[in-house]
Design a binder for this molecule. Structure first.
Ligand code: SF4
Length: 275
């Protein structure tokens, strides 16, 4: 098997062609009804190949009403990945994650915590905007994705983590926490602590994209990331700050949690592990 190089990962050129196997392929009972993004993943390639393929994903019904897929953004060499819930109204319009009010809040908190947003990879657990329309102007109001939709979209997040190979993955809010740590995870209980993520492989971090021993190329051509243990850390979603009565206190909590990730990157996640 030909290894995928860091350059491939940065440029998304990969070592082979995107076969587009999901386009009209074995998707089940019809577009969106199979609740599985896996058939839409390219056979191999970097972030560019993934982003291109995700633009055509019909892995669940959420593609029907949203404007576009909002894929992750940031360098393939990022040491930290931040995972939100789903794109919001502004993200859906602009096609980039974390460009709305919550995104501005996150960027401010990252800076205050000592994390350079330009060196982070930002993405969401679910790549399409889920909303209801209400009011005379038909304002689009965020609606939380279901566990089924989140599970359907997980192969994209798994593939992003394979390609980027971060040292620390920060889950922003309950949906991202469940996507990374499992459906029983509670952000309110376990926030701010570095937790080793399951290794790639069946049932683990790499289960949605093939999986392999950490550090080597996977069976599907995606690199499996760094050999070291990858740590996860959960905190609130930045939109919780915007909704809070005591914004200053909730914002301070967000910054405090993000500082744990920043310190871990400075000193090594293993030395900062909380449990
Ligand atoms: S939400 Fe995810 S699985 Fe569903 S259509 Fe969009 S990209 Fe595909």
């Amino acid at each position: 098997m030909t290894a995928v190089t860091r350059q491939d990962r940065d440029t998304g050129t990969g070592t082979g062609k995107d076969t587009g196997k999901g386009k009209g392929g074995s998707v089940g009972t019809g577009p969106g009804q199979a609740y599985d993004a896996a058939p839409y993943l390219p056979d191999r390639g970097g972030l560019t190949a993934l982003r291109r393929a995700a633009a055509d994903c019909h892995g669940c019904p959420l593609y029907e009403n949203a404007t576009r897929t909002v894929f992750g953004s940031g360098p393939a060499s990022a040491r930290v990945v931040l995972v939100g819930e789903q794109p919001g109204d502004q993200e859906d319009r602009q096609g980039e994650p974390f460009v709305g009010p919550a995104g501005h809040m996150l960027r401010k908190a990252l800076e205050e915590a000592g994390l350079d947003v330009a060196e982070a990879y930002l993405t969401n657990a679910v790549k399409h905007f889920k909303f209801t329309s209400a009011g005379p102007g038909k304002r689009r109001i965020h609606k939380a994705p279901s566990l089924r939709e989140m599970t359907a979209c997980r192969p994209w997040l798994t593939a992003e983590l394979h390609v980027v190979g971060p040292e620390v993955v920060v889950a922003l809010g309950a949906t991202a926490g469940k996507a990374l740590f499992g459906p029983s995870f509670r952000v309110t209980k376990d926030r701010g602590a570095l937790i080793p993520l399951p290794p790639p492989g069946p049932g683990g971090r790499g289960s949605g994209a093939g999986g392999s021993p950490a550090g080597g190329p996977t069976a599907d051509g995606f690199p499996a990331g760094r050999e070291d243990t990858v740590y996860g850390l959960a905190t609130i979603h930045p939109s919780a700050v915007l909704r809070a009565d005591d914004r200053a206190a909730v914002y301070a909590g967000l910054v405090s949690d993000l500082r744990v990730a920043a310190d871990a990157l400075r000193t090594g996640p293993g030395s900062r592990r909380s449990r």
